[in-house]
Design a protein around this ligand. Structure first.
Ligand code: KIV
Length: 284
């Protein structure tokens, strides 16, 4: 590896070098970010998937810097241990390298992120170079890049043919050469992800890219079962939090209707002496 990275990044890189798999999850708010951080997840990404899973929007292209910084700040307040990466939203880095750097700096200076992630696009190399030169660590993202999915034939596995696979491998190598410290590989055949992982020195973090990557990332809401509308094949659901939430809410509603909540345990009382005084002054 060519660069001196900040301590937190070096420690993730060392883990990967030692063969320990890297874990990355998304977070968008204080509460869930605290829980994820307490679980010892290595990297927390304030993903632009915020658009879909939190804001109910159709496309990640619909969130901008204002929303991303707002949520990144909340996550920053919670995260004590993990490396915190801000996902640069659509049009915050595609227009020109100067504006890209300005926006990357906002993730670091205003939201306290340790680095940023950018998705591959035509001028990705110039933009990543500009940001990295300014000392901001960058995670690349190749394969299925949701912000430009329309140019890739939609939300489909990428690199399934020889030319497509070659292109993704070249992109990943070019990003490493520019100084990215890690690369997300999204939705590509597992053997191509394995090949990239072998070729690159920096760790690959897969999502729908098979088991050979140096680490894995999931959208936390998919893992927790909090998303009802879209289930990509790679999004393994580990628990059914939506059912638990519904159970709690129905119980609350039933108890309120039946007059069982709030009970004594959840109410405040005045002492009898104070109550007596209160009554007597009220009667005067
Ligand atoms: O925004 C996001 O959640 C992401 C992950 C899928 C890597 O970019």
């Amino acid at each position: 590896m060519t660069k001196d990275f900040p301590k937190k990044i070096s420690s993730v890189l060392q883990k990967a070098k030692a063969g320990e798999k890297i874990t990355m999850l998304t977070a968008y708010d204080f509460s869930i970010a605290s829980v994820i951080d307490q679980c010892g997840i290595d990297v927390i990404l304030v993903g632009d998937s915020l658009a879909n899973v939190v804001l109910g929007l159709q496309s990640t292209k619909e969130v901008g810097m204002t929303e991303m910084l707002h949520h990144a700040k909340a996550v920053r307040r919670a995260v004590k241990n993990a490396l915190l990466i801000g996902d640069m939203p659509f049009n915050s880095y595609q227009l020109n390298p100067r504006d890209a750097l300005k926006n990357a700096k906002r993730f670091v200076d205003e939201a306290g992120c340790d680095g940023v992630k950018i998705e591959w696009f035509d001028h990705c190399l110039d933009v990543s170079e500009e940001i990295i030169k300014a000392g901001i660590p960058v995670v690349g993202h190749v394969g299925l890049t949701p912000q430009t999915a329309d140019k890739l034939g939609g939300f489909k596995v990428q690199g399934k043919d020889a030319a497509g696979a070659r292109r993704i491998i070249d992109q990943a190598q070019a990003l490493e050469n520019k100084g990215c410290f890690s690369i997300v590989l999204e939705c590509i055949p597992e053997n191509i992800a394995a090949e990239i992982t072998q070729i690159l020195e920096i760790p690959t973090i897969g999502i729908g890219a098979g088991p050979k990557c140096d680490g894995q990332v999931l959208v936390t809401h998919d893992l927790l079962g909090l998303v009802s509308h879209f289930h990509p094949k790679f999004a393994k659901q580990y628990v059914d939090v939506a059912s638990l939430i519904k159970k709690g809410i129905k119980e609350f509603s039933r108890e309120v209707k039946q007059g069982k909540f709030p009970d004594q345990e959840h109410s405040y009382r005045m002492s009898n002496e104070q109550l007596k005084m209160f009554k007597s002054i009220s009667e005067e």
